[in-house]
Design a protein around this ligand. Sequence first.
Ligand code: ADP
Ligand code: MG
Length: 244
Amino acid sequence: MSVAGAEPVLQVAIDSKWYRSRGAEPVEAVRNLAFGIAAGEIVCLIGPSGAGKTTTLRILLGLDTAFEGRVSGAEQAGIVFQEPRLLPWRSVEHNVRLGLPRVRRSRDLDALFARLGLTPWRSSYPKALSLGMQRRVALARALAAGPLVLVLDEPFVSLDDAAAAELRGLVVDTVDETGMSVLMVTHNVAEAIGIADRLLLVSRRPASLIADVALDRPRQARDRSWAETTRATLAARYPGIIAL
Ligand code: ADP
Ligand code: MG
């Protein structure tokens, strides 16, 4: 779906972002971080803990406007935070519908629930679900409105490998089916190498762009040895960011 030279679906240029709170030293969280996401592209953002990655996502989603720079495309994005953030007193169905603008809240979501394996759980409450299933509900809520870009902040943390792989597969299938783009923050370099078209590597705080790495091999053609070679090459080149 991606067309060379096409307008990016999401674009951000953060010159600087400072947190200033009363009685505390100001903290510079982001500096000179600019990138765009093309249609149908999966981009993974990788960097040290505390670097400013979540701050960057909040800015590009328009949730934080106190920064120097520019953003465009935020209104087309759906978001999955690290925690599922579901309303415990609402059913799965209701939680997912909260992802829709009010006028479209009665829209037919049968296909979405089916695709995510949530059909049997529509009338359940979040506390009856495992963390993996709650993450699926959060994913369904983000997908309900048909976003052009899905933004994910470490969405598979604390899931076992099988549950994480299953959710990852759902995200990739959705990209293949819809031509949607994905921007995902992850600590899991192997996961990123498995699915991303591009890796954005950022420095420790303040987060600055260190490298924008294209992974040209088609996803279906990626095998273990290619992944290991890619990882070793990146680790040698960016030792502070990619562990060996
Ligand atoms: P990451 O997601 O890369 O781990 P964050 O974007 O959450 O990093 O945080 C970057 C830095 O900004 C950290 O030092 C964090 O403590 C600080 N920070 C985050 N949110 C706030 C806030 N609301 N007020 C002050 N400092 C904050
Ligand atoms: Mg974070």
